[in-house]
Design a protein around this ligand. Structure first.
Ligand SMILES: *[C@@H]1O[C@H](CO)[C@@H](O)[C@H](O)[C@H]1NC(C)=O
Ligand SMILES: *[C@@H]1O[C@H](CO)[C@@H](O)[C@H](O)[C@H]1NC(C)=O
Ligand SMILES: [Zn+2]
Length: 287
């Protein structure tokens, strides 16, 4: 079983690279293939900030090896409630008691002092000024970061980007709000508050004083998926509440490319087994 699962992970890992490549080429044909090759090569050769990576070809630091890299990472293989997962319509359970997502992001200030950091695994935008209230618990925004391609899939569909907004409660409980982005011809102008910086970021060197307004708005909050998962990177900590917004946002091919350059091509953990979990959705859900 263990071996089969490892093989499945390898397969999904190749698939992720394929998707990354096809996103780069599929989105309007504006990409230069030599640029793409340099992105893929970087994924293989660049030293990383920590020992783990998303690399899956001839590498011992990739997702199927995370648990071997540190005793602190053991949940990455032994956990039974790991993220990401594949969200399947046929498997969703409608929970009529789910209210609209109670998200508040403070976009009132013209100037938000956010810090942008490439930690070698993801680009993080570190800023406060947001909260998620869910089942009576108030979780505060600590940062949001970006995965390319998406980590979660919906009915087998992968998106070129998934944003994870990380919120933590006073008692340390973690809630991640996820949002998918698909390709469109034009830039998402809100992402251009910080995306053009990405190719210039040096790993581990934060850039301060970046304006960063959050793009999710309350009108989007009526349909979402919810399940109990984990951090999708080491140490793969469990008991993380995921709420994933069903509305899909957009970004342009060059915006995906900037992100790919920063994360050496791709930074999505392969899909994890659902095991005994249920994925719920709001009653407003429409296919
Ligand atoms: C949640 O916490 C934030 C800041 O920590 C606060 O501004 C907000 O009013 C709180 N919301 C509720 C419903 O308690
Ligand atoms: C923004 O935050 C960073 C890090 O917290 C700090 O170094 C910088 O001085 C701040 N800038 C302003 C204008 O507050
Ligand atoms: Zn994430």
């Amino acid at each position: 079983m263990e071996n089969h699962y490892g093989m499945l992970q390898q397969l999904l890992c190749f698939l992720a690279i394929f998707l990354t490549v096809s996103v780069a080429f599929g989105g309007g044909g504006k990409f230069d293939s030599s640029l793409l090759r340099s992105v893929v090569d970087k994924n293989m050769n660049q030293p990383k900030a920590d020992a783990w990576s998303y690399t899956c070809i001839e590498d011992t630091t990739g997702p199927s090896h995370w648990a071997e890299l540190s005793v602190d990472y053991s949940l990455c293989s032994s956990g039974k409630a790991q993220s990401p997962i594949s969200i399947e319509s046929f498997n969703l359970k409608v929970d009529e008691s789910l209210p609209p997502l109670d998200l508040t992001y403070d976009n009132s200030a013209d100037y938000v002092n956010a810090t942008v950091l490439n930690d070698g695994h993801a680009v993080k935008i570190i800023r406060e000024g947001g909260s998620l209230v869910f089942r009576g618990v108030n979780y505060s925004l600590t940062e949001f970061h970006l995965h390319t391609p998406s980590e979660h899939t919906v009915d087998g569909k992968s998106y070129p980007m998934e944003m994870h907004l990380t919120h933590v409660s006073d008692s340390g409980a973690i809630a991640i709000v996820g949002a998918f982005f698909e390709l469109s011809a034009n830039d998402n102008s809100k992402l251009n508050q910080y995306f053009p910086l990405f190719p210039h970021l040096k790993v581990g060197q934060p850039v301060h004083d970046v304006i960063s307004k959050i793009i999710a708005t309350p009108k989007d909050m009526f349909t979402y998926y919810v399940y109990e998962g984990s951090l999708s990177e080491p140490p793969c900590t469990e008991n993380v509440l995921y709420t994933i917004i069903k509305q899909v946002y957009s970004l342009s091919p060059r915006q995906v490319m900037w992100l790919q350059e920063a994360v050496y091509g791709h930074n999505n953990r392969p899909i994890q087994p659902l095991n005994a979990r249920t994925v719920y959705t709001t009653k407003y859900f429409k296919k």
